[in-house]
Design a protein around this ligand. Structure first.
Ligand SMILES: [Zn+2]
Length: 202
């Protein structure tokens, strides 16, 4: 099964000079054709690769590559290349990567905006993503007394911050009954120092 590979598509330039064929002597039958190569995954074009110009006689089918062209033909070929545009679909993968990148950047901004807002006005059941020593875990607000927040600590800790996703999803209610109290200003300092990775609110 072919998952990915390269393919070429023939593109005819919109404007180009025609030549007489010196092989079959037909008049004006030699034209440029461009082979636009692209990378495909499951036959969906994702990335444009090279674009090569060749000439072909429509009568005798003789093909000439660029290294076999006269200097004048080579120059015309380069000019014609600008009018042989590849289909926009060849850029599909690039658009997708750009889109995903924007989505990630947007989420980073949104998370950091949420974190600042939730830290400033905490609510019961807010879940804090906390870095402790070299481990990551969750703290959940169980009580708010003025500027003091009472947290329940999660029973599990993970080695990577990405593992917190699993704790939030599969061990949602696995919090200990032991509590830890923290002052709002202290939390702000912890956050500035990078010990609070994020704050989640449902
Ligand atoms: Zn010919």
């Amino acid at each position: 099964m072919i998952i990915f590979g390269t393919r070429s598509r023939e593109i005819r330039p919109k404007q180009a000079t025609s030549y007489d064929c010196d092989n079959c002597n037909s008049k004006g039958t030699v034209n440029f054709i461009f082979l636009a190569k692209y990378l495909h995954i499951f036959w969906i074009p994702v990335l444009p690769l090279s674009k090569k110009g060749i000439s072909q006689c429509s009568h005798c089918k003789q093909v000439r590559y660029q290294n076999e062209m006269t200097p004048k033909m080579k120059q015309d070929c380069a000019t014609a290349s600008a009018t042989a545009k590849r289909p926009i679909t060849h850029y599909f993968g690039l658009f997708l990567i750009g889109f995903l990148f924007c989505l990630i950047v947007f989420n980073i901004f949104k998370n950091s905006a949420n974190k600042a807002e939730y830290l400033a006005s905490p609510k019961i059941n807010d879940v804090y993503e906390v870095k402790e020593n070299d481990l990551y875990t969750l703290y959940k607000i169980s009580e708010i007394k003025g500027d003091t927040l009472v947290f329940k600590m999660h029973n599990k800790a993970v080695e990577r911050s990405s593992g917190l996703f699993d704790l939030k999803k599969n061990f949602k209610n696995d919090y200990s009954n032991d509590v830890i109290k923290m002052d709002k200003n202290w939390l702000k300092t912890m956050s500035d120092k990078g010990y609070i990775m994020g704050v989640n609110r449902e």
